[in-house]
Design a protein around this ligand. Sequence first.
Ligand SMILES: [Zn+2]
Length: 175
Amino acid sequence: MTKLSKTPASSDKPAFLVRNSPVHGRGVFATRNLKADALLIEYEGERISDKEALKRHGTDPENPYHTFFFSLENGKMIDGGADGSDARWINHACEPNCEAREEKGRVYIYTLRDIKRGEEFNYDYGLIVEDRQTKALKKAYECRCGAESCRGTMLAPKEKKASKKKKKSSKKKDK
Ligand SMILES: [Zn+2]
């Protein structure tokens, strides 16, 4: 079980489990009903610099976009692929039921609304990439959340600066 610095709302067993997702790769699912604004899990992992992140990026030639980076406000990143928690398996959605909040350099995933047992958790990655948003790049970060308002990509919309700067990418090679 994941170590938390905060205690999730009313818990004797974890409120989630990881299993294969109909959306993409593995996903994280509710094991019981949860209220809105409940702390689900901390996004844990090794703290690395953006330089180190660049080095780690693309080490898998089959899938260079496969990373578990979460960008912090101070410019550092959490690499969920190194000593990460199950939070790294939470999928992206354009109409998410959770959100990631940074608190004093740590990142926690909270529910945005009431969640029913069995629902898959997700949040809007709002990925920021340095490169121009080419077709190929959008394709690499393709979103298949199925929401009516799906913008087709996990990249942040260009017009507004996304608050969540999750640098995470497609998990095609996972499992
Ligand atoms: Zn979508």
